[in-house]
Design a binder for this molecule. Structure first.
Ligand code: NDP
Length: 317
């Protein structure tokens, strides 16, 4: 594993981290989840990313990780960076959603119980709240650190402008923003329009989620929608209608370049993100240890020729 410094902080993250959004919920096979988590840690993946609502049902991915703390990971807690978030709907009523101090503080208390740990390493505001003052959401993050329930704080899905504002408030409060977690892949390049610059200017790290566009940027859907794939599952966030002919044409063209580079498409998609040193870590999701090992193969080749970059840009146009 290669570890990269997260912005200007003291923390290094593995170049590839593991997310528990899909495949680790109550609906999934615990034995398989356990196998993946064990293998990930053995391969040097020290960072595991969660959120209060991951499952389904919501909360169950944290429970799975909590089971792993009891059965496998307790002795290694100090070797791990565990993150969770709050910001999406978690419980009924006005206090179980968005970005109020009430929601963030009580949600983290619930998460810690499910995770069976005393503190998380990173706590995120999962999304900006258009109604709650940004100062309140940021002061909730600051409070949580002062309470000892998180060591660092981060934000996710904030625009470049919102990120700059949040970073300023957090700095004034004395709890610097460690990291931003945006969606970033060959198919979704919005962070290239200012977001990565803001992060660099503020010394904030970046961890790219859905780097494989939920499986689209792999060989998974080249011959239709296979049984057991995310798009085939009722609770999968990737829906069959997202797998358009136009997308698959691009995937086929990208796959040819990957083959010429002696890589799988997943490996090329991850390497393509890691070529930018502002990306601290690429946050993958996997449904098997084979996929995990395949993804880690990306670390063997993260350099692209100018010609390859142009060719890829053309396909992605
Ligand atoms: P990816 O884009 O990495 O997609 C993961 C899926 O791709 C897997 O479930 C699997 O599909 C397929 N896959 C993975 N590796 C391979 C491989 N080597 N070969 C073929 N197929 C492969 O990421 P996710 O969308 O899962 O997101 C990753 C993490 O990012 C989440 O777990 C979460 O922690 C975070 N996230 C954060 C969000 C936020 O708002 N902050 C939102 C979404 C995600 P299959 O299951 O079909 O086998």
């Amino acid at each position: 594993m290669v570890y990269r410094r997260c912005g200007k902080s003291g923390i290094k993250l593995p170049a590839i981290s593991l997310g528990l959004w899909h495949n680790f919920g109550g609906v999934d096979d615990f034995q398989n989840s356990q196998k993946i988590l064990r293998r990930a840690f053995d391969l040097g993946i020290t960072h595991f990313d969660l959120a209060n609502n991951y499952g389904p049902p919501p909360g169950s991915a944290e429970e799975t990780f909590g089971r792993m703390i009891s059965s496998d990971f307790k002795a290694y807690r100090d070797e791990m960076i565990i993150s969770t978030k709050a910001g999406y709907l978690m419980w009924p009523g006005p206090y179980g959603d968005w970005g109020s101090k009430k929601y963030l503080v009580s949600s983290l208390d619930q998460s810690l119980k499910r995770l069976k740990i005393d503190y998380v390493d990173i706590f995120y505001s999962h999304r900006p709240d258009p109604e709650t003052p940004l100062e309140e959401t940021m002061s909730a993050l600051d409070l949580i650190v002062r309470q000892g329930k998180a060591l660092y704080v981060g934000i996710s899905n904030y625009s470049a402008e919102q990120t700059a504002k949040a970073a300023k408030i957090l700095k004034e409060l004395g709890t610097p923003c460690l990291i931003h977690q945006p969606r970033y892949s060959m198919f979704d390049r919005w962070v290239e329009n200012g977001q990565l610059d803001v992060l660099e200017q503020n010394g904030i790290g970046s961890i790219a989620f859905s780097p494989l566009a939920q499986g689209l940027l792999t060989d998974r859907y080249l011959k239709g929608i296979p049984e057991g794939s995310r798009a085939s599952k009722a609770h999968g966030f990737l829906r069959p209608q997202h797998i358009t002919e136009e997308k698959i044409k691009k995937v086929e063209a990208l796959n040819i370049i990957a083959q010429e580079r002696n890589q799988s498409l997943a490996q090329m998609a991850i390497g393509w993100l890691l070529k930018d040193k502002r990306i601290t870590s690429v946050l993958v999701g996997v449904s098997s240890t084979n996929q995990l090992e395949n993804c880690l193969g990306a670390l063997d080749n993260q350099t692209f020729t100018a010609e390859e970059i142009i060719l890829i840009d053309k396909i992605l146009e």
